[in-house]
Design a protein around this ligand. Structure first.
Ligand code: 13P
Length: 250
């Protein structure tokens, strides 16, 4: 049984007051929701504030948006797994397509980051997804399984709950275009089969697979109705109490 997970990726948005209002509003609006989990992934400067706000809400995870694979050292501007633990994180997004496209993230760096997260008992939310050209050329399965194998082969996990995968078609991120639920679910099944090959059938059944890309209150229910979609990674619609609370309450 996979508990639904609705994850908010704030990207490079929000200040301290806005974060305070958003998190308090969300906790109030979703206080009756017990059968699903939430993750909030603010930018680094807000982690300590959000940690205080979500303390005492065990169904709400705190997540970062990236990390460095080394524990410490001369890496100006970087933040490590022990630092994320120190501020109370339980999760960390790795390999978001924006980091792959703009900041040189590769399957190799994702692999090192996933290993660092797992070894420090942080749950990586590993992102995979194809571009429009790749989808139109019929390469979706190839692209996402290569990304998955590149980041996960050789990782040591005992349970599927130690990792989360987010499938985010690049052409659906921030565009208002979404994959159809059928399209997304078909890719999820390919990912789950690949997880079975990398780890085991048991682990593959336990891993939560999130869909991301223009998720809104109006389309979340149809994604959540799919057999292999266990939640969502939400950008734009996670920045307002009303829209993210509705997504959590799908
Ligand atoms: P949008 O929900 O704004 O399309 O962003 C999706 C995303 O990139 C989440 O990580």
């Amino acid at each position: 049984m996979r508990t639904p997970l609705l994850a908010a990726n704030w990207k490079m948005n929000m200040g301290r007051q806005a974060a305070h209002d958003l998190v308090n509003g969300l906790l109030k609006e979703t206080s009756e929701v017990k059968d699903r989990e939430m993750a909030i992934c603010p930018p680094f400067h807000l982690l300590a504030d959000v940690e205080k706000l979500v303390a005492g809400h065990p169904h709400v995870y705190l997540g970062a948006q990236d990390l460095h694979w080394e524990d410490s050292g001369a890496y100006t501007g970087e933040v490590s797994a022990p630092m994320l633990l120190d501020v109370g994180c339980q999760m960390v997004i790795i390999g978001h397509s924006e980091r792959r496209a703009m900041f040189g993230e590769t399957d190799e760096t994702c692999s090192k980051k996933v290993a660092a997260a797992i070894s420090h008992k942080l749950i990586p939310i590993l992102c995979v997804g194809e571009s429009l050209e790749e989808r139109e050329a019929g390469k979706t399965a190839d692209v996402v399984t290569t990304q998955l194998r590149g980041a996960l082969t050789g990782q040591q996990i005992e349970k599927g709950s130690q990792i989360v995968i987010a499938y985010e078609p690049i052409w659906a991120i921030g565009t208002g275009r979404t994959a159809t639920p059928e399209m997304a679910n078909e890719t999820m099944q390919i990912l789950r089969k690949t997880l079975e090959e990398i780890f085991s059938a048991e682990i593959a059944q336990e891993v939560r697979l999130l869909y991301g890309g223009s998720v809104k209150p109006t389309n979340i229910a149809e994604f959540m109705a799919c057999s292999d979609i266990d939640g969502a990674l939400v950008g734009g619609a996670s920045l307002k109490v009303d829209s993210f609370a509705k997504i959590v309450q799908y």
